[in-house]
Design a protein around this ligand. Structure first.
Ligand SMILES: Nc1ncnc2c1ncn2[C@@H]1O[C@H](COP(=O)(O)OP(=O)(O)OP(=O)(O)O)[C@@H](O)[C@H]1O
Length: 228
């Protein structure tokens, strides 16, 4: 792959949902590229479709129309196998609602992506342990995830996204539930992780300060993307 070619391209993505008996268009003909090691900010009002867009890229929901290309290859949605394959190997997702398995321990949640992927060894487990320490949850390793505070769940969900050392991170408001100091620390952690092993990221946020950390920022409004 040419370094200057995007490794992820969205072409003409549209999505509508049935809301109050009508199909309401949420995303209208969305196209953009993500290049290697690029951080893209995604802003927009509540309900504008930011989570929907990330979920489509993660292969969790299907677009009505449009194509997604990964390294120049069309991502077929048939049987959802290929998006799930990519997600398990190359895409780390930080969900707004954490999506932790609350009955399992912090450690079991952290290594869940490795368990799903089906292969891991000492190096991956050492890396998971390092991540656990970095997000300040080392002493909570054997606690049930359901007993963590909101901020601790957010930090665990961030660490879990990185356990597979992803090429692309989809981060849906990863700092939303954190105080200023913890947000700063986690932003620093993202930068440390980037230096260790660079990744691209689509970062949904509402803070001007974070826009400065991104190579470009899009604003999603009434179904359309505008470059800020
Ligand atoms: N599965 C679904 N069925 C019906 N409507 C949905 C579904 N998922 C999302 N929506 C609607 O689509 C719109 C966009 O939702 P989405 O969660 O993508 O917005 P958002 O920009 O991420 O909002 P927020 O900033 O509040 O998280 C909302 O009106 C939401 O109610």
């Amino acid at each position: 792959m040419n370094q200057k070619e995007p490794f992820l391209s969205l072409k003409g993505i549209s999505k509508s949902f049935p809301i109050a008996g009508k199909r309401i268009p949420i995303l209208k003909d969305i196209s953009f590229d993500v290049f290697k090691e690029e951080w893209i900010g995604l802003m927009g009002p509540s309900g504008s479709g930011k989570t929907t867009l990330l979920s489509i890229i993660a292969g969790l929901i299907r677009p009505d129309r449009g194509k997604i290309l990964w390294k120049g290859k069309h991502l077929p949605y048939f049987f959802d196998i290929y998006p799930a394959y990519l997600r398990n190997r190359h895409i780390g997702v930080i969900f707004q609602d954490f999506r932790l398995v609350e009955s399992e321990t912090v450690w079991e949640n952290l290594i869940l992506p490795l368990r799903i992927r089906g292969w891991y060894g000492k190096n991956q487990l050492d890396y998971a342990q390092w991540l656990l320490k970095k997000v300040g949850l080392e002493t909570h390793k054997h606690h049930r995830a359901g007993l963590l505070s909101g901020g601790q769940k957010q930090r665990l969900s961030l660490a879990r996204a990185f356990v597979i050392q992803p090429l692309l991170v989809l981060a849906d408001e990863p700092f939303a539930n954190l105080d200023e100091k913890t947000s700063e620390e986690l932003l620093e952690l993202l930068e440390i992780l980037f230096k260790e092993q660079p990744f691209s990221m689509i970062l949904v946020h509402h803070k001007k300060k974070l826009a400065k950390k991104c190579h470009k920022t899009y604003h999603l409004h009434e179904g359309r993307l505008e470059l800020l």
